[in-house]
Design a protein around this ligand. Structure first.
Ligand SMILES: Cc1ncc(COP(=O)(O)O)c(C=O)c1O
Length: 464
């Protein structure tokens, strides 16, 4: 069978009928309210669903309870049950949460049922369900990242949050704005665009020297970033985790250094929320943009922007619609969110995703992902011809594992892993300084057995 035949042999339907039958019927509006993904205020909506309409509900497998004393990172029996909460097709190993994540069943269900609520109860769903529900979800989101509730704006993606924070910041002609050459292309483009429009000076420090990529001493990268700062620098953005090589930047130290010089900081947090425990107060950044749809495992088109209360006056909305009460939500991060109607059914999924994370606990998830990533890095390092980027130092690496295989270009690696069964889904990554490789991003839908499969498949590629 050719590679193309294998691709076409996939049934585009989700292949596990037992899983999917739980997830999308009108009668499940009731169960949404009672289940793990329930949303405050939802019970009023429930009462509008007649009992006759509510079909008997097959049981949705529960999010597994923690074993007594918590789930150890290597407790495969427990984590296999967690992995079984996802709808990924048989024959597919999904290792790309860092680009676009997938939702476990409870989150998928909360989202689809919220869509059903819009279409089946269009009059009442807003006041009885979505609006009160979002207040609770905003508080839960704030708690999840160690922020004040007024410091959270819901956005549509990381990039959306980066744009709201950066494009709305009070900068003037002649100000310098700074990032690194390892930061995300869309963010660099945004900075170049505004620099041209408003007469700003756009600068990038070069952190591509390999000694920064296997860095055991974070001070080196702090010094490099500091070397790009001049008395005119007003704004600094860096990735929390470099999306290329998985290097965890010393965000706290860099933000404290920037703050002491009067520079406002915006962190590109595309990867960490849902992967590692976050505390905005401790990180010392002024702004932090994250997605809902990657490691958080909420729906696509979701995200958040943290805007520190004492920086809020410096960032103004680019579009501001307010609400029927003209004074409502003008202060704080929420002012950035007032942009007309949005997809509440997507945003509702954030609540269910937070419930899912909180049930597993952030500590257990972080320990599990560190464990899997360490297995993968160590297994790959033993293969001749494979270069693994990143460090085993837990302060400097997390669940992104980037590597290259001698003589194979990254797209070939990705293609060969995908077009043979089981199909392993990872992506290529490239950055300045000739850095190019592939990246596996591990999450709780992955098991130790899947990590072993990836290692064995890469061994096969390297030996050919
Ligand atoms: C570092 C970084 N920033 C921004 C983005 C874009 O994220 P989003 O799709 O949430 O806009 C990505 C996506 O992978 C990323 O890795």
């Amino acid at each position: 069978m050719s590679d193309t035949d294998i691709l076409h042999a996939f049934n585009p339907q989700i292949q596990d009928p037992d899983k999917i039958q739980h997830l999308s019927r009108r009668g499940f509006i009731g169960s949404m309210m009672a289940g793990a993904a329930g949303v405050a205020g939802a019970s009023t909506l429930l009462s509008s669903v007649s009992e006759a309409e509510a079909a008997p509900e097959p049981d949705l497998p529960d999010i597994p309870d923690m074993p007594p004393g918590g789930a150890a990172a290597d407790d495969e029996a427990y984590w296999e049950k967690v992995a079984a909460q996802f709808l990924v097709r048989d024959g597919v190993i999904f290792m790309n949460s860092g680009t676009r994540g997938i939702s476990p069943m409870s989150v998928h269900k909360a989202q689809t049922e919220a869509v059903e609520a819009v279409n089946s109860d269009p009059a009442m769903c807003w006041s009885t369900y979505f609006f009160p529900g979002m207040d609770k979800i905003r508080q839960d989101m704030a708690d999840f990242v160690g922020a004040d509730v007024d410091e959270i704006a819901f956005t549509n993606s990381t990039t959306d949050g980066m744009g709201l924070g950066f494009m709305g910041l009070d900068l003037k002609a002649g100000d310098e704005i700074l990032t690194t050459n390892y930061d995300y292309g869309w963010v660099k483009n945004m900075m170049a665009f505004r620099a041209k429009r408003d007469g700003l000076e756009f600068k990038m420090v070069d952190i591509s020297d390999p000694s920064f990529r296997v860095l055991e001493d974070p001070q080196k990268v702090i010094d490099v970033v500091e070397s790009g700062i001049t008395p005119k620098t007003r704004f600094l953005t860096i990735c929390h985790i470099n999306y290329t090589d998985g290097f965890v930047m010393p965000v706290k130290e860099i933000c404290e250094m920037a703050r002491a010089k009067g520079i406002i900081t915006l962190i590109d947090g595309a990867q960490p929320p849902g992967m590692m425990k976050l505390d905005m107060q401790d990180l010392a950044c002024d702004m932090y943009a994250g997605p809902g749809h990657k490691y958080m495992m909420a729906a696509q088109h979701t995200g958040f922007l943290f805007l520190r209360n004492d920086a809020a006056d410096r960032v103004q909305p680019l579009v501001y619609t307010g609400s029927s009460d003209p004074d409502w939500a003008i202060e704080g991060a929420r002012k950035l969110e007032q942009r007309g109607s949005t997809s509440y059914s997507d945003r509702i999924s954030i609540g269910a995703a937070l419930d899912f994370h909180n049930k597993l606990t952030r500590e257990a998830v972080e320990a599990r992902l560190r464990y899997l990533a360490l297995q993968l890095r160590q297994g790959l390092r033993e293969i001749d011809g494979v270069t693994v980027y990143g460090s085993d130092n837990p302060d400097l690496s997390m669940a992104l594992v980037s590597f290259s295989v001698k003589d194979l270009n990254p797209s070939d690696i990705v293609g060969r892993l995908w077009y043979r069964r089981p199909s392993i889904y990872i992506r290529t990554v490239g950055a300045a300084g000739d850095f190019s490789g592939v990246r596996a991003t591990l999450h709780v839908m992955n098991t130790a057995a899947q990590v072993e499969t990836l290692i064995n498949r890469v061994r096969g590629l390297a030996s050919n």
